[in-house]
Design a protein around this ligand. Structure first.
Ligand code: ATP
Ligand code: MG
Length: 505
């Protein structure tokens, strides 16, 4: 036990307790304060707080005071040095003649330019598990560390461990809250739309213009291109944005149920109709209705829909009374509706009414500029959902994504990244976990195919150069060196590929 209760030490401990109880906004600052107090009280010239990387077992310097910034670049392997010994044995230690201790890392201290003479190190524990080490180095005035000081340091180390544990559980709780919030957002709210390619930016501009009108819009495009996402945007950018946006999937229900879903029904209108029910059109009154998979709408319902568009009236199933609605209609399909009209499966008058403003969303393979942006967006989303850490994609992985043809479009990209996140073990997503079959995509025509390849290469080049610039803090000389190209050539590429430093904008 501590031999005497030192008032100064005791007061510092209370101060730290107050800090621990009040502020977790920056755990690094809190740990620094704890370490700084410990070093002052035990008269250490320098101090460090090392934490164990939970995956590799290596120790890294979370805080280092009084021994220069260089030290933070180093890590210690499991069991290495005196700190490593402390972790391995989960025990405190005083070494008052470091130079003759076998565990002393001569080279390490030489590299950081800080000669070590005396040292005291204690484990940081959470539920008896050692999660890190606090070390004090060189007792001031060439004195030795004492047993009493070691016990004080253990108390400080306990405080630091509690602080860290609390900060981690608060962080986890926040992650969970953010995740639940996201889930709520996507169920009731709207998707975030990612747009980078000129093709999609043009569509967004078009949407801005058509949003302000009340005309029907027919959204066309392959499966998974984002038709629903763009339908949401039309609503959100319209004057009806504060009113309901109601979605109906016309392919999901058989005709009878779909009719009651769309228009509602009166009590007893059919066997299972227990009470009066409002339909989707009624719910959307004042706002927008989105009829997905409109190509699957049965012919009798097509006639009723036409009537809503032309006369803005409808009747509930089982009722003769007409109801008025003020609803903007958006519809989408991935089918070739011209063919359906020709085959008599889709009414041509309804087609013309819906197709006042057609909006075609191009497939992902025609707009590769969107791939890196979408991929980064989905990666971030999955990272939060799975509570895993990822730093982006390897160059190979990015190249593979850019050259793949994405028959399932954005939905396929989203699934592919979610799967990669689940099985990925490295901080950077590697090509092999994407599982992209490297099939040769069929060019739409000879020149089209070549043009796309050149574009894909340029996008990759821009991505690669931007990443290297970031790694070199946008220093062009360093970046040119890293890329092994001339500085002048780099600056030409930056101009040609239109690479900009986001911090300067
Ligand atoms: N530009 C985009 N930005 C962000 N996410 C997008 C974008 N485009 C599509 N997505 C995502 O891709 C997925 C598929 O989009 P959506 O459901 O709108 O496609 P769709 O064209 O309606 O497909 P289908 O014809 O199969 O119904 C969704 O999860 C959506 O969030
Ligand atoms: Mg859809």
């Amino acid at each position: 036990m501590l031999s005497t209760i030192d008032v100064k030490k005791f007061n510092t401990l209370i101060e730290i307790n107050n800090l621990i109880n009040s502020d977790y906004s920056d755990i690094h600052v809190l740990l620094t304060q704890i370490l700084d107090s410990a070093a002052r009280l035990c008269e250490g010239e320098a101090s460090s707080l090392l934490l164990r990387n939970r995956e590799t077992g290596e120790l890294y310097f979370e805080v280092a005071l009084g021994m220069g910034a260089e030290v933070k670049k180093h890590t210690l392997k499991a069991g290495e040095g005196i700190a490593g010994w402390v972790v391995e044995h989960n025990k405190s230690i005083i070494v008052n003649d470091v130079q003759s201790d076998k565990r002393y890392l001569i080279e390490f201290f030489e590299q950081i330019g800080f000669p070590c003479k005396t040292m005291m190190a204690v484990p940081m524990r959470i539920k008896d598990q050692c999660i890190g080490v606090i070390e004090l180095i060189n007792k001031q005035n060439d004195k030795y560390f004492t047993q009493d000081e070691l016990e004080w340091l253990e108390i400080f180390s306990n405080q630091a461990a509690i602080a860290l544990q609390n900060a981690r559980s608060i962080e986890r709780a926040w992650e969970k809250i953010r995740l639940l919030q996201d889930e709520l957002d996507t169920e009731e709210g709207y998707h975030t739309v990612i747009a980078k390619s000129p093709m999609i930016l043009e569509k967004i501009e078009l949407i801005d213009r058509i949003a302000k009108t009340d005309s029907s819009v027919l959204i066309l495009g392959e499966s998974g291109v984002g038709k629903e996402v763009f339908a949401e945007q039309i609503h959100l950018r319209s004057l009806r944005s504060q009113e309901p946006f109601i979605r109906v999937n016309c392919a999901a229900l058989p005709e009878g149920l779909l009719e009651s879903e769309l228009f509602g029904h009166l009590k007893g209108a059919f066997t299972h109709a227990m009470g009066n029910r409002r339909g989707r059109f009624e719910m959307a009154d004042g706002g927008t209705i989105f009829l997905d998979e409109i190509g699957d709408l049965p012919l009798p319902l097509q006639a009723k829909l036409l009537r809503v568009i032309q006369e803005k009236t409808f009747e509930k199933v089982g009722s003769d009374i007409s109801q008025q609605v003020n609803v903007r209609i958006l519809a989408a399909t991935n089918k070739d509706i011209d063919v359906l009209v020709k085959k008599g499966e889709f009414r041509s008058d309804l087609y013309y009414r819906l197709n006042v403003l057609p909006l075609y969303i191009p497939p992902l393979r025609q707009r590769p500029e969107d791939i890196p942006e979408l991929a980064a967006f989905f990666l971030k989303k999955c990272t939060r959902k799975l509570n895993k850490q990822f730093d982006g994609f390897s160059d190979d992985a990015m190249e593979a994504m850019l050259s793949y043809s994405w028959p399932g479009n954005v939905r396929e990209l989203e699934n592919c990244i979610e799967r990669a996140c689940v099985i990925g073990k490295t901080r950077r997503i590697q090509k092999d976990v994407l599982f992209l079959r490297n099939e040769v995509s069929v060019p739409e025509d000879e020149t089209g195919g070549n043009r796309d390849l050149k574009r894909a290469i340029n996008i990759f080049k821009a991505h690669f150069i931007r990443k290297t610039l970031e790694e070199n803090r946008w220093n062009q000389t360093e970046t040119a060196k890293a890329l092994d190209i001339q500085r002048t050539y780099l600056s030409r590429l930056i101009k040609e590929l239109n690479i900009t430093n986001p911090k300067e904008h």
